[in-house]
Design a protein around this ligand. Sequence first.
Ligand code: PQQ
Ligand code: CA
Length: 722
Amino acid sequence: MTRKTEIMRPIIGLALIASVLQAFAGPVSPERLLNAEADNANWLSHGRSYREQRYSPLDQINSANAEQLGLAWYFETDTHLGLETTPLVIDGVLYFTGAWSTAYAVDARTGALLWKYDPEVPREKSITACCGVVNRGLAAWEDKLYLGTVDGRLIAIDQESGKPVWSTRTTDPTKAYSITGAPRVAKGLVFIGNGGSEFGTRGYVSAYDANTGEMRWRWHTIPGNPAEGFENEAMEKAAATWNGEWWQYGGGGTVWDAIVYDPELDQLYLGVGNGAPHNRRIRSPGGGDNLYLSSVVALDPDTGDYLWHYQEVPADNWDYTASQQITLADITWQGEARKVIVHAPKAGFVYLIDRHDGTLLSAEPFTTVTWASHYDMSTGRPVEVEGQDYDGEPAMVYPSAIGGHNWQPMAYNPESKMLYIPELDMGMLFDEIKAPDYKHLKRHFNTGYKLSQDALPQPVTQGILKHFPKSHLLAWDVEKAEIAWKLPHPYIHNGGVLATGGNLVFQGTSDGRFLAVSADKGEILWSFDAQNSILPGPVTYTVDGEQYVAVGVGRGGALTMNTGKSYPTENPNNRIMAFKLQGSATLPPAPEPERPLPPPRTQASEAEIEEGRKLFDRFCARCHGATAVGDGSIPDMRYLAPIWHENFEAVVLNGLMEQAGMPRFDDVLNAKQVANIHAYVIERAHEDHALRQQTGWWAELKAKATDLTTRVMAWFIRLTTS
Ligand SMILES: O=C(O)c1cc(C(=O)O)c2c(n1)C(=O)C(=O)c1cc(C(=O)O)[nH]c1-2
Ligand SMILES: [Ca+2]
């Protein structure tokens, strides 16, 4: 080596560091987003980079020192209605969202609040948020952040001040649309979809100018009424795969979570949702694949023109959305280098899809799957199992409508080619409502099967001991298309995943533990008691050279609201918690739950209470929980204070508490029916109270089981208390 190069070396080094620092500071420029994977200090977009792998190379916290992790700080939001957010981390600031589509900015080192932006969503909107008034996060572009609101607005916020810059309506307010997903940004455009298929909507994605909010294009995922003409050729082609008058029911296909830009191939991928109603015989009598339901669709990001699609579940019948996280990877598949989409949606298979043209390379089950035996690789189509379509006969189907994996983010390590999936191994009984009895209700679930606590696996008839609902953290070897290891969790519906270069995988659990797990072996190395369930995906970042891991804590969303609480103390407000090595902050003790005594039993007959139970299952359980066991995010019907019993009818029928988010039900219920629901709720309160009066280990176990539910537990309780 010459003397000159020896002198040059540190100078070049310094210049490199300076240019890297420059690239990684200030507004979130297009270049910064394209290079997000190398920007270890930050978490610039929903899935960390455009490839949405949720992998960070940071290794200061690693499998050798993870047991020294501790709480660095926590930030308490002012609601308890569910936290599904993935925070963005931009130059020392965390930007995240909470219930009612509220956005927050906090100091990444201390958790101190910098600003809060509340878009003031009208509270009556809660009725058409299928799965809670939750929000999964923000997108950043230059000096702005983008927020989708549960009432269907897309809002640009100034990053520094938290003040709105522009706002636009992306949905028709007279229809049951909602937004829970994070917007995505690329090429100066903000992409946003919506939810609402359970109520009967037609899905679409829109692109808006990031600076002005002007709409550039909109692409519907399914055809509308052919008599009104088709928006494009893709819709005309799709219409040939539908029958009947599907547009009367909306048809579905909402893009409520995954939208991913592929900078290498300059394509935009949509995860398209389920059919509306779920029951295909009502939705499209006469059959058909019902394109583009349950498909991954590729569009031209500039124009919204259709490029290709792959339909994972033709003629969806089970709420099998393809909306779940889309991850981009470069792998070797059967000896060839391939650019693939790695997808593990509700239907229970890991799909490898070629990003060039949508060719299916592999589809292998990662959980119990009974609806299809396998995929025919010559056609790319699933082979459905007879009887699983619940045509005439009820059928226990795996996965359930919640899916083998839902919105909880997974993580993919591009070095080891390992995918970490928060899995749910659970089935559900589909019991069809036949076409003449089916009534479409505007503000309520329209599934085409019975919504009942009896939809749960029944121990005797369904071999429950073999098929007790379970949940695992799965390590899936993508190139081998098989499970590498499985970490079982004690309860269902666990949180999203983060993978790091420190041989670690982070995941929160339903029973309130935040875990560091060794990535190679699946061993729990560290665990923290977070006092509440953890559902979203964690993120990691550095400030002043120190690595942090942050995660949202709090119940809410489809599954916890329906299955009840799995944490024994009262749920505190939703929080963001950040951890670091030697972190020494502590949480105040969680309060004990208050359990007011139930009022005297009513005069209602057994038949009336049973009628109340059915109505509760149909209209109330999706938020207040099966068997009226609440998850703590909204009032638990077993522990209502006297004032709510006195005003029960006014609350349920007349919207007395509408401004707090409790919808009115006078469109579907009358006073007599509400009285029956009330009688059922009081009965459940007495059952619960009696259970808690008993002593001994058996009684204790049962009392515990009433909170630590899963609906199977609910069934068990009903059996053992009746
Ligand atoms: O079809 C739809 O429009 C739609 C929307 C959403 C949503 O926006 O949250 C969910 C679902 N479906 C869904 O099927 C589902 O399991 C689900 C879970 C959750 C959640 O936040 O926990 N949302 C949704
Ligand atoms: Ca759905």
